[in-house]
Design a protein around this ligand. Structure first.
Ligand code: KDG
Ligand code: MG
Length: 402
């Protein structure tokens, strides 16, 4: 069996997606996602100029060997561009393998560990009242877990707040939008938000919060401690994790569960965090962390320490990544939760799929493969549009972590 062609399809049905389609001499094709929000064309070049020429003629059944070829064989390891390109190939090859086997992908991973995938939605509002109303909307839709973000008085365009309740799309402009940040004001505000939420909805629902890398370890420890009475499911990205040791300080001061990893590319980004039990949930997902082949290694390492998975699932992770993550989530023994930010109707139409939401859970496809395809004719109607993530600046103009 041979790979006969591999093509990159860039489409923008409301936001940009980079998709790889691999075709074989047996008439079976596979689809993978390589989207890197705000830097999409770097992955297109990596795939078209450097990966695809090597793939043609290879045996697509050798998923592991091709992963090693692209990782070790490049000499240059890791990084968001390389690992997304590898993920796109890896997922397309798993898709082909599962189609050849006539099985949904989760069966090849080891079969079903659970019936449905508990997801969390992203509830947000310009102020606490509106965030409370947004959380109520999710509860009405059956969600068991909701991440709550609110505008912070005195902070312009706080992280996670958008016009719509169900959609949050941060890559919103042709050049980066400037947003604000003020840690003091956020530390005053976030505990008030969760006090109101618990007061209004009680303790039966899981509540989460994304700190989006804004706090120093000491500030994050302080926030975690202040949030303890509200029993969060997790506090996400409390501080940047390039220095994995930074989480030790947070851990020493709070029992609020910690989640990190949506920007991780490799098991090496998480190794010390996992082995020193500094986190509770690992957020790496398929497209960011080198595909299924690598993500399951991270999950297995985490499982040794009772650390559970919580795959990133923002809108920049295409339906191909979400659909594949659902197979991973259906199988992985140490599953925690899955993020689910809904795609627009236009995006769902470009990527036909049959995974579906019901009552707080997502259910993966039962079709052979991962169950997500691309409608190329429709995709061609939405050409690439440059779009950047925002940047964040403090009141004095200094650049901060967005
Ligand atoms: O591309 C950036 C987004 O994926 C990110 O800002 C969303 O933090 C995020 C999340 O948890 O969904
Ligand atoms: Mg996040």
């Amino acid at each position: 069996m041979k790979i006969t062609s591999a093509r990159v399809i860039v489409t923008c049905p409301g936001r940009n997606f980079v998709t790889l389609k691999i075709e074989t001499d047996q008439g079976v094709h596979g689809i993978g996602d390589g989207t890197l929000n705000g830097r999409e064309l770097s992955v297109v070049s990596y795939l078209e100029d450097h990966v695809i020429p090597c793939l043609i003629g290879m045996d697509p059944r050798r998923v592991e060997d091709i992963w090693q070829y692209l990782y070790r064989g490049a000499y240059w390891r890791r990084g968001p561009v390389t690992m997304r390109a590898i993920a796109a190939v890896d997922v397309a090859l798993w898709d082909i393998k599962a189609k050849m086997a006539g099985m949904p992908l989760y069966q090849l991973l080891g079969g079903r560990s659970r019936d449905g995938i508990m997801v969390y939605g992203h509830a947000n509002g310009a102020d606490i009242d509106r965030t409370v109303a947004a959380v109520a909307t999710y509860i009405d839709m059956g969600y068991k877990a909701i991440r709550a973000q609110s505008g912070v008085p005195g902070v312009e365009k706080a992280y996670g707040v958008s016009g719509g309740t169900l959609h949050y799309e941060p890559a919103d402009a042709d050049l980066p939008t400037v947003t604000g940040w003020d840690t003091r004001k956020a530390l005053n505000h976030v505990p008030q938000l969760f006090a109101r939420l618990r007061d209004t909805f009680g303790f039966d629902y899981h509540l989460l919060h994304d700190a989006h890398h804004r706090y120093t370890p000491q500030e994050a420890a302080n926030l975690g401690k202040m949030l303890e009475p509200y029993q969060l499911f997790w506090l996400e990205d409390a501080t940047p994790a390039e220095n994995q040791e930074a989480f030790r300080l947070i851990r020493q001061h709070t029992v609020t569960p910690l989640a990190v990893g949506e920007i991780f590319n490799s098991i090496w980004d998480a190794k010390d965090l996992i082995q020193n039990q500094l986190i509770d949930y690992i957020r790496a997902t398929i497209v960011g962390a080198g595909g299924l082949t690598h993500l399951r290694r991270i999950a297995d390492l985490a499982g040794l320490y009772q650390i559970r998975t919580g795959c990133h699932g923002a809108t920049d992770l295409s339906p191909v990544t979400l659909g594949t993550a659902l197979h991973f989530d259906t199988w992985v023994p140490n599953f925690g939760i899955q993020e689910y930010m809904r795609h627009t109707e236009e995006t769902d139409a470009v990527f036909p799929h049959d995974y579906h939401y019901k009552d707080g859970y997502l259910f993966c496809s039962e079709q052979p493969g991962h169950g997500v395809d691309i409608d190329e004719e429709l995709a061609a109607k939405y050409p690439y549009q440059r779009a950047y993530l925002p940047v964040a600046r403090l009141a004095d103009g200094q650049l901060w972590n967005w």
